[in-house]
Design a protein around this ligand. Structure first.
Ligand code: PMP
Length: 440
């Protein structure tokens, strides 16, 4: 067999043949050759604890997923216009995780594609073009969804919001208008969002949809205050818009319930899902109501070559079975709770930690140089990333200021892994180069 490319080969091929806009993690990346459970292994045999793969939901190289995939690959794979049993078993199980009346499924390959299709459905069904989104959000990489992703259109190289995109304020209780001390923050952020919806409706630009994650991922791990989505959904529906929940990052039990919107007590009109569905295999979905799906069917065909092929369905079914059989939703709540508590204890003695946000196994650690001014510790967050890697822990910042360590590990994470993470972070934050960044 040909020699496996070394890290130097890979870096040089990437430099030459992979477009530079496709950034990789780390200044000096490792050559990852294997994954098992919550661990990565590099070419030198070093192990790294994976705290951020919400894609490998049930663990790296999970044997039951591998078995389902290889069994089906040996039997049959084909495009999705043929009829085969796997789609029935999978879709039946997927729909069973969702509340009524969400029952009609489009299987696609990526979260971006799911959101692109969700917008297309909303626009066609309502006959409107305008979309209301939340500032800071990321919804994917197609042309259309880049246009509803402030995380991109407001970032480097971005051209600003398209004329059909209307942002509402990010309901970030650490940095925005209403704080953790405001018991009505949810209603107040919703009221401000409703004002945007009412304004554009009144001036002749009524929205086709309001789109939001149920907990904002790339926007900085923003846990919504109670009542927020309920308030905005009510205002959006009053204006005749559909409500889309983007569950691409947080779905499939990571927050405890199968779907994050359940925590906000709402039922969306359209749900999009992706990343964890296939445990790393490209599988994503749009789920909506019979009424909306029928209204979308004007006679024009919708065809997706790979979406929901037999292998994808076999993998998707294995993932749902494992989450259920292994009690991973319950694990997310208990280990996530322990993680949040451990990080809050660390926050007591590490002044760089400004805020800890958590829901199940989705957590964010916001680093600031000054707790009073909340000056983002962006450069320090990248230093932490490199220093944690030296200690065998994979972390990475996100958020509007790139200063929030995102934590969304495989759902098989245990307390001992939390302890490894927290001890390494404690050690790193105690180093002089980080301590000296704290402004007194
Ligand atoms: N929605 C959200 C909330 C996401 O975080 C992402 C990916 N980071 C996407 C959509 C796009 O998914 P994909 O990369 O699979 O196209």
């Amino acid at each position: 067999p040909a020699a496996v490319p070394t890290i130097d080969d890979v870096v040089s091929v990437r430099r030459r043949h992979i477009a530079r806009s496709q950034r990789n993690y780390y200044r000096n990346p490792m050559n990852l050759v294997r994954g098992r459970g919550v661990w990565f292994h590099d070419e030198d045999g070093l192990a790294y604890l994976d705290s951020l793969n919400n894609v490998t939901h049930v663990g790296h190289a999970e044997p039951r997923v591998t078995a389902a995939a290889t069994r089906q690959l040996r039997k049959l794979n084909t495009n999705s216009r043929f009829v085969y049993p796997q789609i029935a078993s999978y879709v039946r199980k997927l729909v069973a995780t969702l509340p009524d009346p969400l029952e009609v499924v489009f299987l696609v390959c990526t979260g971006s594609e799911a959101n692109d299709l969700a917008l297309r459905i909303a626009r066609q069904v309502t006959g409107r073009q305008h979309i209301v989104n939340i500032d800071g959000a990321y919804h994917g990489n197609t042309g259309v969804v880049t246009g509803i992703s402030p995380n991109r259109y407001k970032g480097p190289g971005g051209a600003g919001a398209p004329a059909t995109t209307h942002e509402v304020v990010i309901p970030d209780r650490y940095r925005s208008t209403y704080g953790y001390d405001d018991a009505d923050a949810g209603a107040k952020y919703a009221r401000d969002a409703a004002a945007v919806i009412e304004r554009i409706t009144a001036d002749g630009r009524p929205p086709a949809a309001f789109i939001a994650e149920s907990l904002m991922g790339s926007g900085g791990n923003i846990v919504f205050p109670d009542g927020y989505l309920d308030g905005v959904f009510t205002a959006a529906r009053r204006a005749g818009a559909l409500c889309i929940s983007d569950e691409v990052q947080v779905g499939v039990g990571r927050l405890g319930p199968w779907w994050g919107f359940e925590l906000q007590g709402v039922v969306p009109d359209i749900v999009t899902m992706g990343k964890p569905l296939g445990n790393g295999h490209p599988l994503a979905a749009v789920v909506t109501t019979r009424e909306i799906a029928d209204a979308f069917d004007t006679g024009m065909k919708y065809f997706n070559t790979f979406g929901g092929n037999p292998v994808s369905c076999a993998i998707g079914e294995a993932v749902l079975d494992i989450v259920e059989q292994d009690g991973l939703r319950e694990n997310a709540v208990s280990v996530g709770g322990y993680f949040a508590q451990s990080l809050r204890e660390l926050q007591q003695r590490q002044p760089l930690i400004g805020d800890v946000r958590a829901e199940g196994l989705y957590l964010g650690v916001e680093l600031v140089r000054n707790r009073t001014t909340r000056m983002p510790a962006t450069e320090q967050a990248f230093m932490v990333t490199e220093l944690m890697k030296e200690r065998g822990v994979i972390v990475f910042p996100n958020g509007v200021h790139d200063n929030v360590l995102k934590i969304k590990p495989p759902m098989t994470f245990r307390r001992e892994h939390v302890d490894l993470y927290v001890d390494a972070l404690d050690e790193v934050l105690s180093l002089p180069e980080l301590r000296s960044a704290v402004q007194s």
